[in-house]
Structures are given as structure tokens and as C-alpha cells.
Design a protein around this ligand. Structure first.
Ligand code: DQA
Length: 154
């Protein structure tokens, strides 16, 4: 049997407040619950999942850089940095690990400044609008992509 795929899930600023932050938009599931559910799904799909959160752009850049060689793919909710961070975009492009961008809310249905993602062009896919299910769908997509990248490449 092949070795389990190693996925690194990264959560950006303010996602540590999930469960009590703007619950009408982000729901009532807290980050710890989301991480536990995601780890269980990863195990079902034959993968391991490590999950980290930071409010700091440079920390996210460091973790993305360090992921090369240690992980097979990235599941990323960069939160507000999605819309602003050239540094995170460049880090994703630099490490050549497949990255799936996820969002709890449907960013396209919200304020205009959330419509643009600086990260999406260097990601293999984006899932948004399904609450915690965005992470589950993104994880499934990432694992499928890691197993057969040539089949899923546009
Ligand atoms: C978010 C959407 C972003 O626009 C916002 O800044 C967040 C959360 C989401 O998961 O819906 O913090 O990434």
C-alpha cells in the first residue's frame, strides 16, 4: 500500500475566533471542531492532516516554505490575506505543492473587495460558500489531485 498523503491545512487571520465571530456569516463551528472533523475525513481518505492557524502573514509564508518535502499538498484558508497577499501567493508558487483555496463564506456574494483572490491563480482549485463543508470538499479535491494530477489539470 502506498504511504498516506500528508496534507497541511493553514488558517489565516481571525479564524481562531470561529464559532463566535460573525456567526451569521461564518457559522457556529469553532476551529478545533473543524480541525477534528477534517482530520477524521483525511484518515478516511487515506491521508494525514496537520492543521495550523496564524494571524500573521509572515508566519503563513514560513509554514508554506517549510511544507516543501514535509507535505504533499496544502489546504489554505488565508482569510483576509486572500485578497491582499502577494507574499503568500509567491510562497505557494515557489514551493510547487498543490494548494486548494477554501472559504467558509461565498466571497463572490459579499463586498467587492472580497471578490478578488490574489492566491487563486496559483492554486489548483477554490471552494467557497459551504461553511465547514468547503474544507471537506477542498480536502477531497486536493487528495484526488495529489493522486492523479495529470488527470485533473486543466
Ligand atoms: C473567509 C473570507 C474572507 O474574505 C474573510 O476575510 C475571512 C474568512 C471565509 O472563510 O469565508 O476572514 O476567508
Amino acid at each position: 500500500m502506498s504511504a498516506p498523503l500528508r496534507v497541511l491545512a493553514l488558517h489565516g487571520p481571525n479564524l481562531n475566533l470561529l464559532g463566535r465571530r460573525e456567526t451569521a456569516i461564518y457559522g457556529t463551528t469553532d476551529l478545533a471542531t473543524l480541525e477534528t472533523d477534517l482530520r477524521a475525513l483525511a484518515a478516511d481518505l487515506g491521508a494525514t492532516l496537520e492543521s495550523r492557524q496564524s494571524n500573521h502573514e509572515g508566519q503563513l509564508v514560513d509554514w508554506i516554505q517549510e511544507a516543501e518535502g514535509a507535505f504533499d499538498g496544502l489546504l489554505l484558508n488565508a482569510a483576509a490575506y486572500t485578497h491582499t497577499s502577494i507574499a503568500i501567493r509567491d510562497a505557494i508558487a515557489a514551493v510547487r505543492l498543490p494548494c486548494v483555496e477554501v472559504h467558509l463564506s461565498n466571497t463572490q456574494a459579499r463586498e467587492p473587495f472580497r471578490h478578488r483572490s490574489t492566491l487563486a491563480p496559483v492554486c489548483v482549485g477554490v471552494v467557497a460558500g459551504f461553511g465547514p463543508s468547503s474544507y471537506a470538499l477542498g480536502l477531497r479535491g486536493l487528495i484526488d489531485y495529489c493522486r492523479a494530477p495529470e488527470r485533473d489539470s486543466p
